[in-house]
Design a protein around this ligand. Structure first.
Ligand SMILES: Nc1ncnc2c1ncn2[C@@H]1O[C@H](COP(=O)(O)OP(=O)(O)OP(=O)(O)O)[C@@H](O)[C@H]1O
Length: 627
């Protein structure tokens, strides 16, 4: 649905509650008009020496009653209007969150977290301010100024009113002149704050890298620069705001000066009474606040428009990956046969395709392993299977259905993916494992953890499955995190299970245990394993080697070895490395040096890079094909 205006649409929808708030405020404004009148009458009686003690008491009681009434209705109106704007704030945040949920992975690739946080916090708060204080001030100003001016004309003097009001149009001209500048500065200020937020967020997420590379000083320098810039932007904004505030106060003061001078002359020549003069100046002081506030409201509204524009640009971003019109809701259980036909895929704005003419069939219940260098397109291929990105129509099929025909919920609900980035939420291990719309029993959570070979680790934690994880599961080791994310995919008992380089952080013995365990549950299910270790891919029913987005080799482990290509090179390199490890201290070192030369040569050939130092085992195993 296209949204035209967040604030106006909301006010239109809540017009009756807003009218009620307006009515409460109007009553308080009208009651305020009684105060100058009471003071005027009191002054006239005093001047004519006709004031009795009883009159004084009555006037005092009236003033008290009016003050209580004004306070009561004004605060009721304020509370009421504030509640409406808090509800709008909550609604925008919810809409923003659910809209973000619909947007594609590509959208988030192009955004910085700081910008998103700034939209969620600053922009929404600015809108709340506009609808809270802004609308309150506009309503109060409209009612109070209109009624007061009418009373000033009818009850005191038309000319005096006209002349004292004369400087006020200057306020509108001033607001117009400041309009663009303040809006631009508000946006610069928000960008500066979001730059700073992004830097802090990135610094905290990468704290270990920063420390390991001794980059604290450099990071501090960058942060100080961003911080100074944010303060400077804020200063510019405050300077313009203050200048505007000062000039508008000056204009209001000028009108007060005219009132005192001209009003004094009118009293002296007997055109108005002293009581009317006092009442007139009290009327004027009543509208001074609202007139000043009008100036502020102009600023608030300007900032609100800028924030509304930014929020609308997010809320109007069309989600790229949605259920197609062709989606068939009756597609239920998937069996897991995968067919990929002539798949060529470009990321938006990428010059080169990341996948080129892929043709592949994975029968139900079989396993496919994908190996290849860094950036050869392995993750892209599996991301297309879960439609994190949209493959072209007619290229990817599951059980014979084009995946565009399979409702997203069905598709993703039946594919268990263990992503390369084993992101865990800052909640308990149990919640991380059972992260699925379906509820799971304690036994199911434990079974998944057992299959993923992480049960024993969890059982050793004092709170077992209730152990809370820090941000990104910081209290777990890399291997433990990887296994918890494996358990999270296994618990769904998916028709298709995908490991995107997800066994890299576990040792080979644990890897064997995980793969063995999987055999028992994956009988009828299809498995795709992306890996760099031969040990994790060699028993797959078919193995494909990707090279620059295209399938360079395919076959079983034995077939690929016979082919003597990239796969065989990777295998020999890893074998050599294992040999080197088995004979750590040869008599004169010549064997290990020879092995190291072979490994380095294989590494260069496969990864296209020249290792600066002889490779150690883990480097070879994980860095061979992926450089
Ligand atoms: N969101 C994206 N937008 C544009 N290009 C992308 C995007 N994601 C990946 N690429 C590019 O697509 C190509 C394939 O990337 P992909 O992540 O699929 O490689 P990979 O084989 O999984 O690498 P690795 O072994 O490092 O995981 C690379 O050239 C990469 O730079």
């Amino acid at each position: 649905m296209k949204r035209k205006a967040i604030i106006l649409d909301y006010m239109r929808e809540k017009r009756w509650p807003y009218l009620l708030g307006f009515a409460l405020l109007s009553i308080s404004c009208l009651m305020q008009l009684l105060i100058p009148d009471i003071l005027g009458r009191f002054t006239d009686l005093l001047e004519q020496s006709r004031l009795t003690l009883e009159d004084a008491g009555t006037y005092a009681l009236w003033l008290l009653a009016v003050a209580v009434g004004v306070a009561l209705f004004r605060s009721m109106g304020r509370i009421y209007l504030y509640r409406l704007s808090r509800m709008l704030e909550m609604r925008i945040r919810n809409n923003l969150f659910s809209h973000w949920e619909k947007l594609s992975a590509q959208y988030f690739n192009n955004q910085r977290i700081g910008d998103l946080m700034s939209h969620a916090i600053s922009d929404v708060s600015v809108i709340r301010e506009v609808t809270m204080n802004g609308i309150f001030n506009i309503m109060e100003a409209l009612v109070l100024i209109t009624f007061t001016v009418v009373t000033m004309v009818s009850a005191v003097n038309g000319w005096l009113t006209l002349l004292t009001m004369l400087p006020l149009p200057l306020l509108s001209i001033l607001a117009y002149r400041f309009n663009k500048r303040i809006q631009q500065q508000s946006s610069d200020m928000q960008i500066a704050v979001s730059n700073m937020t992004s830097r802090v967020q990135e610094f905290i997420a990468g704290i270990r890298v920063v420390k390991a590379f001794v980059q604290e000083k450099a990071e501090r320098k960058h942060f100080t620069r961003d911080n100074q810039y944010a303060v400077e932007m804020n200063r510019r904004f405050v300077r313009s705001n203050s200048l505007f505030g000062a000039l508008s106060t000056g204009i209001v003061g000028l009108s007060f000066l005219i009132s005192v001078v001209l009003g004094g002359v009118l009293v002296l020549n007997g055109t108005i009474t002293l009581g009317e003069f006092v009442a007139f100046n009290t009327y004027l002081s009543l509208i001074m606040g609202p007139i000043e506030n009008l100036g502020k409201v102009v600023n608030q509204v300007q900032r609100g428009i800028a924030s509304e524009k930014r929020l609308l640009s997010i809320l109007e971003t069309e989600p790229e990956v949605v259920d197609d019109i062709a989606a068939k809701p009756d597609i239920g259980q998937l069996e897991g046969r995968i067919d990929i036909r002539n798949l060529t895929f470009h990321y938006p704005e990428a010059k080169e395709p990341s996948l080129k003419n892929i043709n592949l069939t994975v029968p139900r219940g079989t396993s496919l392993a994908i190996v290849g260098r860094v950036g050869s397109g392995k993750s892209t291929l599996v991301h297309l299977l879960v439609r994190l990105y949209n493959p072209p129509q007619g290229t990817v099929f599951i059980d014979g259905h084009d995946i565009h025909e399979i409702p997203l919920r069905t598709l993703r609900g039946q594919i268990g993916i263990v992503p390369q980035d084993q992101f865990l939420f800052s909640t308990t291990i149990r919640d991380n494992i059972s992260f699925d719309p379906n509820p799971y029993t304690e036994n199911e959570v434990e079974d998944a953890a057992k299959l993923a070979q992480v049960y024993e680790n969890i059982a050793e934690f004092p709170n077992r499955f209730d152990t809370a994880l820090g941000e990104r599961g910081i209290s777990l080791s890399g291997g433990q995190r990887q296994r918890v994310s494996i358990a999270r995919a296994l618990i769904k008992k998916p028709s298709i299970l995908i490991f995107d380089d997800s066994l890299s952080a576990v040792d080979t013995i644990t890897e064997d245990l995980i793969l063995e365990g999987l055999n028992s549950v994956m009988n009828d299910r299809t498995t795709i394993i992306i890996g760099h270790r031969i040990s994790s891919v060699k028993s797959a029913d078919q193995i494909v080697v990707l090279e620059e987005g295209a399938i360079a080799e395919r076959g079983t482990h034995e077939e690929l070895l016979q082919l003597q290509g990239l796969y065989a090179d990777l295998y020999h390199k890893q074998m050599l490395d294992e040999e080197a490890e088995r004979f750590p201290e040869p008599s004169d070192g010549s064997e290990i040096r020879a092995a190291e030369r072979d490994i380095a040569a294989a590494g260069e050939q496969l990864a296209g890079t020249k290792p600066a130092v002889p490779l150690s085992r883990p480097q070879v195993l994980r860095g061979g094909a992926n450089g």
